[in-house]
Write a protein that binds this ligand. Structure first.
Ligand code: 9MR
Ligand code: ZN
Length: 584
C-alpha cells in the first residue's frame, strides 16, 4: 500500500490564495471514547449533523478569543461522545467532514515507525519501499577526522559571532592512539533531510521507540513490511535494532563514542546512493558517549528475551563507555572541527546525559554504584519533562518512574516523581493558554517546534499513567491533533497523512526521487520564528509565531524532517492507538 498520490492541496502563505477553512480538525479523525476537539476561527452558530443529516449537537453563539501564538480568533469545541460514523460540522457558511472510527490513528502510527525504515542507510527493496526503493548508499570507508583546525585569519575572525568564537576556544578532543584504518560502518538511519548520522540524536530516538514499546506494546504494529517482519521479534524492535547495530560501531578504541559520522559538507539534493562524499568519524563527545551508554543499556534489557547475545553486546559496550565517562568527569561540550560542516548538535551540559546513562545502567545491572551516580547527577537535573536531543532528563525520568520504580529509592523515585508531576503541570498550563491547545509557548516556536509539543505530550502521558488524570491525557491528545491538522495553518505535518498535508519537506530523497509525493510517514519540524533565514523574513514578514512556516523544500529551519521528531510522535500516537485497541 503506497501513499504516492500527490494531493492537489498545499499550504498557502498567509494572505495569499484561498482563505483557510474556518473549522480545524484532526484530519485523520477521532476515536469514539476519547475527546474530539475542533477549533473554529469565527464566532457564530455551529451544528454537528450525522450521515443522515440529523442534528447531533448544537453549539449556539460560539464566541472566540485571541490565540496569541497565531493571532487567530478562536474557540475550541468538544464534540462529545459519538458513535463511529461520518459527521459534518457546519457554521459560518462552511462545513467540514469529521470522521469517528474505532482506530483512527493506527495507520499513521504504523507509518511514523515505517518512516524510520525509509531513513535506513541501506538498500531499500521494492517489496518494502515500493516506489521509494533505492540502491545501497554510503558504502565507502569512513576516516577518522584528525585534521587540526586551520588558523583563522583576523579579518575572518572579526566576522564570527561571539558565541561561535567561544565555542572555538574549547579544545578539540584528543584523538586516541594511532589513526585507525579507514573502515566501512554499516546501517543506521539518516538523521533528517541530510544523510549524516549522529550518535546523540540517534540514541534519543532509540529511547523513545523502546519506551513506546515497553509502555504501549498494543500501540505498535508488528506488521510494518520491513525486511525483518515475521521474524518473531516485534517490528518496532526490529527497526530500532537497525540503529543500535550502527551505534555499536561508533565506539572508539578507548570506550568513548564518536559524536557523528558525516561528510564535511551537506550534499546537494541528490539520492543517498549518489552521495559519495568522503565520510568522517568526528571527534568524540561526552554527550554522545553518555547517550549511547544509556540507549545501549536500555536495549540490553529490552532485547534480552529475543537475543541474549545482542543484549550482552549492548551491555558490554555500554559498560566500556561508562568507564570512559568516569575517567573523564570534567564537563566539556562537543567541539566541532571548524571544517567538518555537518550538523553540530552542540550541547553545553552533559549532566543530564550522564544522569540518564547512570539510571539505565542501574536498571540493567542492579549495581548500587550506578544508583549512587544517578543520585549525584539527579541533584543537577531540572528539566525532567524534556526528551529532545539536547536535554534528556526526561528519558532518565522514564527509566526511574516506569522501570526502577520503588527500587529507585527516596531520591530517584519519590522525590523525582513529585518533581516530575510538578513540572508536567507546566505543560498543561501551556496547553490551556493556547487557543489551539498546542503545548508550545507562544514565544517559543523554535527550530523543530514539533519536539516541544511532543515532548510535552510525552510528559502529560507519563503523568496520566502515574495519576490517572484525564485532563493530562486529553491535553496530550491535543498534541496529536495539532500534528494532524488542528492548527493555525490547517496542515497535517505528517507526510502522506491528512487532507492537507506537508508536501515539500526539506528531505533529500523526497526531492530527488522524481516521485511527486514525499516519502510517507515523516513529520515536519513545523513553524519556527527564531532562526529564520532572511529569505523567510522577506517572504513572511512579521507573521505570528505559529504561522512562521512555509511548506517548501528550501526551508530546513521550518520544514525539515528528523528521526527524533518522528519518535516522540510515535510514542504519543502509539499511546493513543493503544487506548483504541483496548477499548475495542
Ligand atoms: O534539530 C536541530 C535544532 O534543534 C537546531 O536548532 C538546528 C540548528 O542547529 O539543528 C537541528 O538539527 C539538524 C542537524 O543539525 C543536522 N541534520 C538536520 C537536523 C534537523 O534540522
Ligand atoms: Zn546512506
Amino acid at each position: 500500500m503506497m501513499e504516492n498520490e500527490k494531493k492537489p492541496l498545499r499550504w498557502q502563505e498567509p494572505g495569499k490564495g484561498e482563505p483557510l477553512p474556518v473549522i480545524r480538525v484532526n484530519q485523520l479523525g477521532y476515536a469514539p471514547n476519547l475527546p474530539k476537539k475542533v477549533v473554529v476561527t469565527a464566532a457564530g452558530d455551529y451544528v454537528l449533523t450525522d450521515a443522515n443529516g440529523a442534528e447531533v449537537k448544537h453549539f449556539p453563539k460560539v464566541e472566540t478569543k485571541e490565540d496569541v501564538a497565531s493571532g487567530d480568533s478562536v474557540a475550541m469545541l468538544e464534540l462529545g461522545e459519538l458513535q463511529p460514523g461520518k459527521y459534518t460540522l457546519t457554521g459560518c457558511g462552511e462545513s467540514r467532514a469529521i470522521e469517528v472510527t474505532e482506530r483512527p490513528w493506527q495507520a499513521v502510527t504504523d507509518a511514523l515507525i515505517k518512516g524510520l525504515y525509509y531513513q535506513r542507510c541501506d538498500e531499500l527493496l521494492e517489496e518494502h519501499a515500493g516506489v521509494y526503493k533505492h540502491p545501497a548508499c554510503h558504502t565507502g570507508l569512513a576516516e577518522e577526522w584528525r585534521k587540526p583546525d586551520p588558523p583563522i585569519p583576523e579579518d575572518v575572525r572579526a566576522q564570527i559571532p561571539a558565541h561561535f568564537l567561544k565555542m572555538l576556544e574549547i579544545p578539540l578532543e584528543e584523538p586516541y592512539g594511532e589513526a585507525p584504518a579507514p573502515r566501512r560502518l554499516k546501517g543506521g538511519w539518516h538523521d533528517a533531510g541530510d544523510y549524516g548520522k549522529y550518535v546523540g540524536p540517534g540514541a534519543v530516538t532509540v529511547a523513545h521507540l523502546l519506551y513506546a514499546w515497553k509502555l504501549f506494546p498494543q500501540g505498535c504494529s508488528d506488521d510494518l513490511n520491513i525486511p525483518e517482519t515475521g521474524n518473531g521479534v516485534p517490528d518496532i524492535l526490529n527497526e530500532t535494532r537497525f540503529e543500535l547495530e550502527w551505534m555499536l560501531q561508533m565506539q572508539r578504541g578507548d570506550g568513548a563514542f564518536y559524536h557523528k559520522l558525516t561528510s564535511d559538507h551537506f550534499p546537494p539534493f541528490i539520492m543517498p546512493e549518489d552521495d559519495t562524499q568522503q565520510e568522517y568519524l568526528s571527534p568524540i563527545s561526552r554527550t554522545a558517549t553518555a547517550d549511547a551508554v544509556a540507549a545501549l543499556a536500555l536495549a540490553s534489557r529490552v532485547y534480552r528475551p529475543y537475543d541474549a547475545e545482542f543484549a550482552d553486546r549492548c551491555l558490554s559496550t555500554a559498560l566500556f563507555g561508562w568507564k570512559w565517562l568516569t575517567e573523564h568527569p570534567e564537563r566539556r561540550p562537543y567541539r566541532n572541527p571548524f571544517e567538518l560542516q555537518s550538523g553540530f548538535y552542540g550541547d553545553g551540559e552533559d549532566h543530564d546525559e550522564r544522569f540518564w546513562a547512570a539510571c539505565e545502567l542501574y536498571a540493567a545491572t542492579g549495581e548500587t554504584a550506578y544508583r549512587e551516580a544517578a543520585e549525584g547527577f539527579y541533584r543537577e537535573v531540572r528539566k525532567l519533562t524534556q526528551f529532545g536531543w539536547a536535554e534528556v532528563s526526561g528519558l532518565g525520568a522514564l527509566c526511574c518512574l516506569f522501570d526502577l520504580k520503588e527500587n529507585g529509592g527516596e531520591l530517584l523515585y519519590d522525590d523525582l516523581k513529585q518533581a516530575f508531576l510538578r513540572r508536567s503541570e507546566w505543560a498543561l498550563l501551556v496547553v490551556k493558554a493556547s487557543g489551539y491547545g498546542t503545548a508550545i509557548p507562544a514565544n517559543d516556536y523554535v527550530w523543530g517546534s514539533i519536539l516541544t509539543s511532543m515532548s510535552n505530550a510525552m510528559a502529560m502521558i507519563m503523568n496520566t499513567l502515574l495519576t490517572g488524570r484525564e485532563d493530562m491525557r486529553d491535553a496530550a491528545l491535543l498534541q496529536l491533533d495539532y500534528a494532524l491538522g488542528l492548527n493555525a495553518m490547517d496542515i497535517s505535518f505528517v507526510t502522506g497523512y491528512g487532507e492537507r498535508q506537508v508536501m515539500f519537506p526539506h528531505h533529500r530523497p523526497s526531492e530527488a526521487d522524481g516521485i511527486e509525493a514525499p516519502v510517507p510517514g515523516l513529520i515536519s519540524g513545523g513553524p519556527n520564528n527564531k532562526m529564520n533565514y532572511s529569505t523567510v523574513k522577506n517572504r513572511l514578514g512579521d507573521i505570528p509565531a505559529a504561522k512562521s512556516f512555509i511548506d517548501e523544500t528550501d526551508f530546513a529551519d521550518m520544514n525539515e524532517i528528523a528521526i527524533y521528531w518522528n519518535s516522540p510522535t510515535i510514542f504519543t500516537a502509539a499511546y493513543f492507538h493503544s487506548l483504541c485497541v483496548k477499548n475495542d
